[in-house]
Design a protein around this ligand. Structure first.
Ligand code: DAH
Length: 367
């Protein structure tokens, strides 16, 4: 707090000079310690307040007590002091927080910020979505099914009868302690996405056009091109008068859309229990254009997927729930492809394990 204003006893020039200089100093001193808005307001009240301000006090004590001949000089000095104080107030109000207050709140903008990494699609997800969207663009809808599947859907309804040797081609991981169940109800990890064909047909009568992406499991040893968990995209089309030409045209279109319009396809006889006839589809080598190279083992062709016309035995299982699947009236085709295999081809990856390693240096290449 400021000291009380003393009474003035002498009114000569020199005394007035001293008295006002002391007050001006005092005001400057007070203004220099202002830290914030509250300080500005306090300064204003203390010096310029109408009732208790120091200037009001000066005017009361000094101006009124002055002899007539000193009043003019005193008045001038008083006005100067008032201007000075008002100036101090103005610059304190405009100056904002003091240096000390600023330093306490300061941030170092040269420090590195907290980086938030943006997520991106995994190359398998990306490839899977690309395959699905090619088929979606020609009228296929998208379906899914469970990864823990029954023996019935995974095998029996797909025309792999119990004990049939075709089951051995898909080394199966089974759920433990299922002995009390009948064979068809026993649970296993699905070895392919084909069981979703049956699940789809049981729920809807023909026509059906669907692609089914998903994860599958096999008790395979991992090597450069095999993994016990991998992904497939299944396809199923059922309607009246669906022919092998529809199958060929659809897959040829899809391969061209996916790999480029110069790609050719060819179909080789094959065997799958759930299709008859069955075929393996090869595409002309995307690395050498069909001339022959290391990637296609100099053949010019690369094997990519399996397909065929839906076996009437499969329709017979579907007809148990949906009688419209009468093999005398409808027909259909199906296909299935491995997503990892296609992604490896497309991106030139030689080790399947890279997809699952979580190595950011590998994954960042696909962002
Ligand atoms: N499910 C077969 C496998 O995993 C792939 C396959 C082949 C699916 C031919 C089909 C098909 O729908 O018609 O080996």
């Amino acid at each position: 707090m400021n000291a009380e204003i003393p009474n003035l006893t002498a009114f000569d020039e020199a005394s007035l000079e001293r008295a006002f200089a002391a007050l001006t100093d005092e005001a400057r001193q007070a203004a220099s310690t202002i830290e914030n808005e509250a300080g500005v307001e306090q300064f204003r009240l203390e010096w310029l307040g109408r009732k208790q301000g120091r200037l009001n006090e000066v005017s009361g004590k000094w101006l009124k007590a002055a002899p007539v001949e000193a009043k003019k000089a005193l008045g001038q000095r008083f006005n100067e002091l008032k201007k000075t104080v008002e100036g101090l107030l103005e610059s304190a109000a405009g100056a904002g927080p003091s240096d000390a207050a600023l330093a306490a709140e300061a941030i170092d903008i040269t420090l590195p910020g907290t980086q938030r990494l943006l997520g991106a699609e995994h190359p398998i997800t990306k490839t899977l979505n690309e395959i699905v969207s090619v088929f979606a663009s020609i009228g296929f809808s998208v379906g899914v099914g469970p990864e823990v599947e029954t023996d019935f859907y995974n095998f029996e309804s797909m025309n792999f009868p119990p004990g049939h040797p075709a089951r051995d081609t898909q080394d199966t991981l089974v759920i433990a302690n299922q002995e009390r169940r009948t064979q068809r109800d026993r649970l296993l990890l699905r070895t392919h996405t084909s069981p979703v064909q049956m699940r789809t047909m049981e729920l809807q009568p023909p026509p059906v056009r669907i692609v089914i992406p998903g994860k599958v499991h096999r008790n395979d040893a991992a090597d450069a091109t095999h993994s016990p968990i991998f992904h497939q995209v299944e396809g199923l089309c059922v309607d009246e008068n669906i022919t092998f030409s529809d199958l060929k045209g659809t897959l040829d279109y899809a391969m061209k859309a996916f790999f480029g319009s110069s790609v050719k396809t060819r179909f080789f006889p094959s065997f799958f229990p759930f299709t008859e006839p069955s075929a393996d589809v090869q595409i002309s080598c995307i690395f050498c254009g069909g001339k022959g190279c290391r990637k296609c083992k100099d053949s010019g062709w690369i094997e990519l997927l399996g397909c065929g016309m839906v076996d009437p035995a499969v329709f017979a299982f579907a007809a148990e729930k949906q009688p419209a699947y009468d093999a005398k009236k409808i027909s259909g085709f199906a296909f299935g492809m491995g997503v990892e295999r296609i992604a490896m081809m497309k991106y030139g990856i030689s080790e399947i394990g890279q997809f699952y390693s979580g190595d950011m240096r590998f994954l960042k290449q696909f962002v």
